[in-house]
Design a protein around this ligand. Structure first.
Ligand code: ADP
Ligand code: NI
Length: 218
């Protein structure tokens, strides 16, 4: 099967699979990550665009947060799906490895050497968590989890292990300090970093306004 056809089948499969998912992890998250990943790949030499596209499209096919913490389901679904399209085993292997390694949780464990394709998709995924979209996703996720938006009495903390991070129920504003504002320093590629810096500044500006409005100052 032609690569373009495989991409199209994958798009259809992901849309269908994510048809019922909260808005931070829906098809449109995948759409944005796919676009950004292609853009970053075009600015990096040596990336396999086919692997980047498949990895971006399938990276959240079964997020462990929504599958009782099971981290094996996503890679398994991707493996089965790509096998039915007779995708080359070496490509499948790369995509499965990307899905296994992409999550933020993994940054708590020592990072082994990441493939360029993984670095690109990870950047695209992190970019979607910051800036205007990142703000929207955070509050959307917070609403889904019935969290407070902000509570001046609950201070942000630095998570040092992924279990505590996963268990936390803090207000959504805390998530900016616990994750979102840390992301720009975890970007792998030069082009990704350029975009991340812009989006980071926008979030800082947003937070300034948020606190000022909270106190009725502006
Ligand atoms: P991804 O699925 O992109 O790998 P996550 O699953 O960690 O990343 O988070 C998905 C989205 O939900 C991100 O935009 C993230 O900021 C948001 N999110 C995750 N945890 C929280 C939280 N505790 N409070 C607010 N937003 C959150
Ligand atoms: Ni994602």
């Amino acid at each position: 099967m032609m690569k373009q056809k495989i991409i199209q089948h994958t798009i259809d499969f992901v849309k269908e699979t994510l048809a019922v998912s909260e808005s931070g992890h829906d098809w449109w998250h995948i759409y944005r990550v796919h676009k950004s990943a292609v853009k970053i790949a075009q600015n990096e030499t040596g990336a396999d665009l086919f692997v980047v596209e498949l990895g971006a499209l399938l990276h959240d096919i079964a997020d462990s947060k929504f599958h009782a913490g099971n981290e094996e389901i996503g890679p398994q679904i991707a493996h089965n799906f790509l096998s039915t399209l007779n995708v080359e085993p070496s490509v499948i292997e790369q995509v499965v490895s990307i899905i296994k390694n992409i999550s933020f949780k993994h940054s708590f464990t020592a990072e082994e050497k990441k493939s360029l394709e993984l670095q690109i998709i990870q950047d695209a995924d992190r970019l979607d968590a910051i800036g205007a979209i990142g703000i929207a996703r955070a509050f959307s996720y917070g609403g889904y989890k019935m969290r407070e938006m902000y509570n001046p009495e609950i201070k942000p903390v630095q998570y040092t292990c992924s279990d505590d991070y996963k268990k936390n129920t803090a207000p959504t504003i805390n998530h900016f300090y616990e994750k979102l504002l840390l992301l720009k320093d975890q970007i792998n590629t030069a082009y990704g970093r350029k975009l991340a810096i812009k989006r980071h500044k926008y979030m800082e500006e947003y937070l300034k306004h948020f606190y000022a409005e909270w106190e009725g100052e502006i």
